[in-house]
Design a protein around this ligand. Structure first.
Ligand code: SF4
Length: 392
């Protein structure tokens, strides 16, 4: 690229460009590629077989801020447990929680549940929302999700512009301004609207997102095999590796949390977490405190690990607590053998891992309970340096 002057982004010019000859076969080529190469995600197979908007909706909620790899196995189990919107509406809260354990951002599933109940509340008939505007009225459905569902399930011409699509556009139109600024997001949405295939908007939306995931990756995009390289300015000018330009998000805030493991004979106390800390509110788990008047002594801390929740880098101290601490705390006592099933957040499961790995060095009673836990499976993987244990 050398010292060549970078062009300022001009929406009108880009919209004209998108209507011109360079983009003549854009959606035809993209759709042909998608038809041949598309990934067989379970939600796609289900949609193709049953044409039930429920399958699309659940997948879009699960995929919010979550990678496909993490969603796939849980999605399959979720649909087995709650095969229809009516089953979801009738589901018990704890069963729903167990079904999405480990995915994070749990309030989205509370909203999904509420929306299913609202939809099924009408006694005489059931009707799916169809348009973008109707879907957006449901709890937990924003612009992106409403565009995806209304286009895939109801063929509405509504362009989906997620992070993958933004990256593709930044290269197709050689945009050097940050693509995640609010005004640029609006412009990219307009570009999306001008490129979308009118006949097959659902497949088009899935195709352009998949192109971003597969070919137009963040580093070293595979331009040589890209089905739309003929339209791509960056590819022609060999500037694709300098894009996209992304504004750095706010720095994460460091927070210390103290997680107290409180045991009575063979049971552990799980707090309802109705508001002790702003984290994991209403997500039952070990008793958690953010601010402590008296910090635990070094010898009382049995493990420390790192955890991230949205804008917070959390350092979690696992401490053995006493019943005294929870006099006014709402919660339940759970048998050791049921502890793994009762914990749903990865923050708690990491604490379980600390306990499990420490079993030999813990006090006798706790040690005995942990023998039962020794077969605990599916404990979250911790990266190197993520977790440190203290000998007691
Ligand atoms: Fe992305 Fe390369 Fe395709 Fe352009 S040609 S859209 S940079 S993969």
């Amino acid at each position: 690229m050398g010292n060549k002057k970078k062009q300022m982004f001009d929406l009108e010019k880009s919209l004209k460009f998108a209507e011109g000859s360079a983009f003549e076969d854009f959606s035809t080529k993209l759709l042909a590629w998608y038809k041949k190469q598309k990934a067989s995600h379970p939600w796609r197979l289900l949609w193709e077989e049953h044409k039930d908007p429920y399958h699309v909706w659940v997948s879009e909620i699960m995929l919010q801020q979550t990678v496909i790899k993490a969603v796939t196995p849980l999605y399959v189990e979720f649909i087995k447990k709650f095969p229809t919107v009516f089953d979801l509406a009738k589901a018990k809260e704890e069963d729903l929680r167990a079904a999405v354990k480990g995915l994070g951002y749990y309030s989205r599933f509370d909203r999904l549940h509420r929306a299913a109940k609202d939809l099924c509340a009408k006694k005489d008939f059931f009707e799916w929302p169809q348009t973008f505007v109707e879907w957006k009225k449901l709890p937990g459905v924003g612009d992106y999700t409403a565009s995806a569902i209304s286009s895939i399930a109801f063929n509405e011409v509504k362009a989906v512009v997620d992070g993958n699509v933004e990256r593709v556009f930044s290269r197709l139109f050689e945009i050097y301004e940050p693509i995640n600024s609010a005004p640029m997001k609006k412009s990219l949405q307009q570009l999306g609207g001008s490129l979308i295939c009118q006949k097959n908007p659902g497949d088009y939306n899935q195709a352009i997102m998949e192109l971003g995931q597969t070919h137009c990756s963040k580093n070293n995009p595979s331009c040589k095999s890209c089905p739309v390289s003929f339209s791509c300015i960056s590819f022609k000018k060999n500037t694709q590796n300098s894009l996209p330009n992304i504004l750095k998000r706010e720095e994460k805030v460091d927070v210390d949390l103290y997680l107290f493991v409180i045991q009575k004979k063979n049971k552990f106390f799980l707090s309802k977490r109705e508001g002790a800390t702003p984290f994991l509110k209403n997500r039952p788990g070990f008793f958690l405190l953010r601010d402590l008047e008296k910090k635990p002594l070094k010898k009382e801390i049995c493990g420390v690990y790192k955890h991230t929740i949205t804008k917070h880098n959390i350092k979690v101290y696992v401490v053995l607590g006493s019943e005294e601490m929870i006099k006014r705390e709402k919660g339940v006592w759970v048998e050791a053998k049921k502890l793994h099933d009762a914990l749903m957040t990865s923050l708690d499961l990491k604490a379980l891992k600390v306990l499990w790995e420490l079993k030999i060095k813990l006090p006798w009673a706790l040690n005995k309970s942990l023998v039962i836990l020794s077969e605990a499976k599916d404990l979250p993987k911790t990266q190197n340096g993520d977790l440190s244990l203290r000998s007691r």
